[in-house]
Design a protein around this ligand. Structure first.
Ligand code: NDP
Ligand code: 2IT
Length: 446
């Protein structure tokens, strides 16, 4: 590794030793952009590498609320405003007991380059809380969201910072958060995305991440004269991204056979078809149940405590969380003949798994390219809100496909320019980084 990159990595490691996923995300980007940094000495002169990993602002706050038993509870709220070089901070909110500043910094860092790849003017941010919506009543979730927004509102706004959903934050939570924002600010504006379609939300936003990850898979396969038709697909997770990945895979003639949650995975060799998916959506969004219930309902296997990567498949769509494909999982996937991994989740593959996918030259779409469809449609929701207008479903879906195509083109052309045409990790990281870094240089030492 170049001396200058190594020096920055050593400083980051010393400063962030309790933030392994943040270090992992930086390491992956900085290793792969080295050839671009060599060609552009200005990045070193302007100390861009060190500036890029220091968030512009981090907000940490107390979130007190009262549960259904009348007990006073308290959680920690965060918003990381990492980079605003190319637009207002933009990125989701995660509500999950594991949330801490290291996880949110890794997500904000990834988000910054992902947003740059979308072609839309959005900076990078991420936020959330260690609050767990699972097992809470709707009333408790509402009270938590209202308390969270009672602090967050002063930091966000349609031209400042625009949060959206992520793990544990879906349509229900965005509704409660938006209601409280509007009430405090006395302003109906696009300060959040992922809103309901009847009150400012963009059509296709709920579908966008999963659809986008599937369109990205199609782009990668088309690039090799292949397609999704007839492909057996493993999908992890059973939330927003997983559900709409399964929906689009079915529409494109592929066969999704697994879904999971933190308790284990189900394997349905006959395929999770449209009807079964409708049942899953009701299970997850209405009854808020566990994926193991699918196994009972449709009489298939449930594998407690396991991830789906041992199931024979052509294509894998990790759509749950970070580091859910280990080096060992990757070896098994490849041994079983997997030719494509399209990452709906953020950083789902451990570094050893990433290395194997690149070395074997399979179709490998890293998260910041493959799952950018969600934030891209968030960007289109911002545009529609500021126009006080909304576009029809077909129009938004067409733009989503165009954006996924242009991300694939940017990543593969950049990879080719640096002599590794199949390495979309390198291509996406360089294309995203260069855009943000150049904007930072143009704007001076800020
Ligand atoms: P949801 O909350 O809707 O679903 C998350 C799913 O992943 C659930 O099935 C959940 O299971 C599972 N999961 C979460 N954490 C873990 C864990 N530690 N171990 C095992 N399973 C886990 O979230 P989304 O579908 O929105 O997000 C999924 C991934 O996609 C995340 O990595 C997110 O950052 C990424 N992403 C999301 C976008 C969006 O628009 N929503 C956009 C781009 C990326 P359980 O119920 O047991 O917790
Ligand atoms: O990781 C992501 O890109 C998201 N959770 C979506 C962010 C957004 O602002 O739509």
């Amino acid at each position: 590794m170049m001396r200058e990159i190594e020096e920055v990595m050593n400083k980051v490691k010393a400063k962030s030793d309790h933030q392994p996923v943040f270090i992992q995300a930086i390491q992956e980007v900085y290793e792969s952009i080295e050839p671009a940094v060599k060609r552009r000495p200005q990045y070193i002169q302007h100390n861009i590498l060190e500036r890029m990993v220091e968030p512009e602002r981090m907000i940490i706050f107390r979130v007190p609320w009262v549960d259904d038993q009348g007990r006073i509870r308290v959680h920690r709220g965060y918003r990381i405003e990492l980079n605003s070089a190319i637009g207002p901070y933009k990125g989701g909110l995660r509500f999950h007991p594991s949330v801490n500043s290291g996880i949110l910094k890794f997500l904000a860092f990834e988000q910054t380059f992902k947003n740059a790849l979308t072609t839309l003017p959005m900076g990078g941010g991420k936020g959330g809380s260690d609050f767990d919506p699972k097992g809470k009543s709707d009333l408790e979730v509402m009270k938590f969201c209202q308390s969270f927004m009672t602090e967050l509102f002063r930091h966000i706004g349609p031209d400042t910072d625009v949060p959206a959903g992520d793990i544990g934050v879906g349509a229900r939570e965005i509704g409660f958060l938006f209601g409280q924002y509007k009430r405090i600010k006395n302003e109906f504006s696009g300060a959040l995305t992922g809103k309901g379609p009847k009150w400012g939300g963009s059509l296709i936003r709920p579908e966008a991440t999963g659809y986008g990850a599937t369109y990205f898979a199609q782009e990668m396969l088309n690039g090799r004269g292949d397609g999704l038709k007839g492909k057996i697909c493993t999908v992890s997770g059973s939330g927003n991204v997983a559900q709409y990945t399964v929906e689009k895979l079915n529409q494109l003639g592929a066969k999704p056979v697994t879904l999971s949650d933190s308790d284990g995975f189900i394997y349905d060799p006959n395929g999770i078809d449209e009807e079964k998916l409708a049942w899953v959506m009701d299970l997850k969004e209405v009854r808020r149940g566990r994926i193991s219930e699918y196994a009972k309902k449709f009489n298939v296997g449930f594998f407690p405590g396991k991830r789906p990567w041992g199931v024979q498949s052509d294509c894998a769509f990790p759509s749950a969380t970070q580091n859910e494909i280990s080096g060992e999982d990757a070896r098994i996937l490849l041994e079983n003949g997997c030719i494509l991994v399209s990452e709906g989740a953020n950083m789902p593959s451990e570094p050893d798994a990433v290395r194997q996918f690149i070395d074997k030259k399979i179709c490998y779409g890293p998260g910041k390219a493959a799952n950018a469809g969600g934030v891209a449609i968030s960007g289109l929701e911002m545009s529609q809100n500021s126009l006080h207008y909304s576009w029809p479903r077909e129009e938004v879906d067409r733009r989503l496909q165009e954006i996924m195509h242009s991300i694939y083109t940017a990543a593969s052309e950049t990879a080719a320019e640096y002599g590794q045409p199949t390495n979309l990790v390198m291509g996406a990281n360089i294309a995203g980084f260069v855009k943000v870094a150049d904007a930072m240089i143009d704007q001076g030492v800020v």
